[in-house]
Structures are given as C-alpha cells and as structure tokens.
Design a protein around this ligand. Structure first.
Ligand SMILES: [Zn+2]
Length: 67
C-alpha cells in the first residue's frame, strides 16, 4: 500500500535511534532508515509513521548470519 506522507513532514522526520533521514518503502508501507549500520524499518499505519524502536524491524542481515 503506497505511503501517503506529506513531503514536508517526511523531511523533518529522523530515525529515533540514529537521527538519520528516512526513505519511503511504498510496497512495505514502511520508513526505512538510510543509515546502513542502523537500517531499521518503521511501519506506517493509516499514513502515520510509527517511530518507535520497539515497533521497528531490522532490515540488515544480522539475524540471518546468526547461525
Ligand atoms: Zn536509524
């Protein structure tokens, strides 16, 4: 579902973990942190970004290489 966010709003949002900017992932309805070492993806619900670290998922491959 496409993310329908005000560009002005998006421009002031930063990752609460690392203070980096976001890029929008329309297919996943997520805001992805542009910091490669953070790379958290935050859900967007009803066009409202949920910028909570507890709600975010990691997009880097750290978990996959755990075994
Ligand atoms: Zn981040």
């Amino acid at each position: 579902m496409p993310v329908n966010l005000d560009p002005d709003l998006l421009s002031i949002l930063v990752c609460p973990k690392c203070r980096s900017e976001f890029r929008v992932d329309d297919e996943a309805s997520e805001l992805i942190c542009t910091n490669a070492t953070c790379a958290l993806a935050y859900p967007v619900r009803d066009d409202i970004p949920v910028l909570l670290i507890d709600e975010a998922r990691e997009t880097k491959d750290a978990e996959a290489s755990e075994n």
